[in-house]
Design a protein around this ligand. Structure first.
Ligand SMILES: [Zn+2]
Length: 305
């Protein structure tokens, strides 16, 4: 079994993008924290724009965080947003970074972890990510963008980056500004040896997590020329790779499966385990599970050999 599914320890439900009245959000910090605690979250990053909202709570691990902006060279007035996790201070002066690379380098120099927010919504391209090697990954799903504008899913950007050789992890977030209306839609499930700020940051650096809108990935095995996936009751399981390259099994009774076969099903036909056999030339894969309810889970990319 590949990491993080082979680990003992805790699985923590993390909300990694949210706003309060300290920037453009509707809830106070205390109100937002209570909202996510009641919803069963273990970890919250309050990512107010250019503001570190500090708070403490007995049950919730709070990651000191902010959403910082950077100029996009040659794109008029457009800019990019970079999520900064685990920073205790803001840049001085508090003005937009000249580039995504400069923002990500500054965050990492503070001991933090940098993720590129909503690439689709920001009009970004794979090249924008690849020019900033200090980034750990992207938001593959930003539920707020998806809910309001239909541009929250950046899976194509992700595949482009990976195909061009970039190292890129994928988180899912709410980007909630109006908790209750645009919250509890997407989150990141982190495998951590303990419930602490440091353990969660380390998992975000290393890719010990999967992203989800409600579907569950339980295990991924890579070996013997194949990829085996265990998951919560699924409508389909896909192994993505570069252009032309994918494998899928589907629960539909007449569906054609491609480079994969179902190993276990629930009584109603939902898939819970499948094995895939990608062609030998594949270098990497990533798993997407669509649950019977229509939610999606995204694994991080892994080596296939
Ligand atoms: Zn935001």
């Amino acid at each position: 079994m590949i990491a993080p599914f082979n680990r003992d320890g805790e699985w923590l439900r993390c909300q990694l993008h949210s706003h309060t009245t300290n920037s453009d959000g509707e809830a106070t910090a205390d109100g937002l924290i209570e909202h996510y605690v009641r919803a069963g979250f273990d970890v919250l990053a309050i990512t107010d724009h250019w503001h570190i909202t500090t708070a403490a709570h007995d049950e919730l691990v709070l990651l000191p965080s902010s959403e910082l902006s950077a100029k996009l060279e040659g794109r008029g007035d457009f800019d990019a947003d970079v999520l900064a996790y685990g920073i205790d201070v803001l840049p001085e002066p508090r003005e937009e970074f000249p580039s995504i690379a400069a923002a990500a380098e500054w965050i990492v120099a503070q001991g933090g972890v940098a993720y590129l927010a909503h690439p689709y919504w920001s009009g970004l391209r794979a090249e924008d990510y690849l020019a900033a090697p200090a980034l750990s990954g992207i938001e593959v799903m930003n539920a707020g963008s998806e809910l309001l504008q239909g541009n929250g899913l950046s899976a194509v950007h992700w595949d482009d980056i990976l195909h061009l050789g970039g190292a890129c992890l994928g988180i899912a977030t709410d980007d909630s500004h109006y908790p209750g209306q645009d919250s509890r839609l997407a989150w990141t499930v982190v495998a951590a040896p303990e419930r602490s700020r440091e353990a969660v940051l380390e998992a975000l650096r290393n890719g010990d997590f999967y992203a989800t809108t409600g579907a569950a990935i339980l295990g991924i095995d890579v070996g013997g020329g194949g990829v085996e996936v265990r998951c919560g009751p699924a409508r389909s399981i896909t192994v993505r790779s570069g252009p032309w390259d994918g494998c899928r099994v589907d629960a539909g009774p007449y569906a054609m499966n491609w480079r994969g076969r179902v190993l276990d099903r629930r009584h109603d036909g939902a898939i819970t385990r499948a094995r895939f056999e990608p062609p030998e030339y594949w270098r990497w894969g990533r798993v997407e599970v669509v649950s019977v309810e229509g939610a999606t889970a995204w694994s991080n990319p892994f080596a296939v050999d």
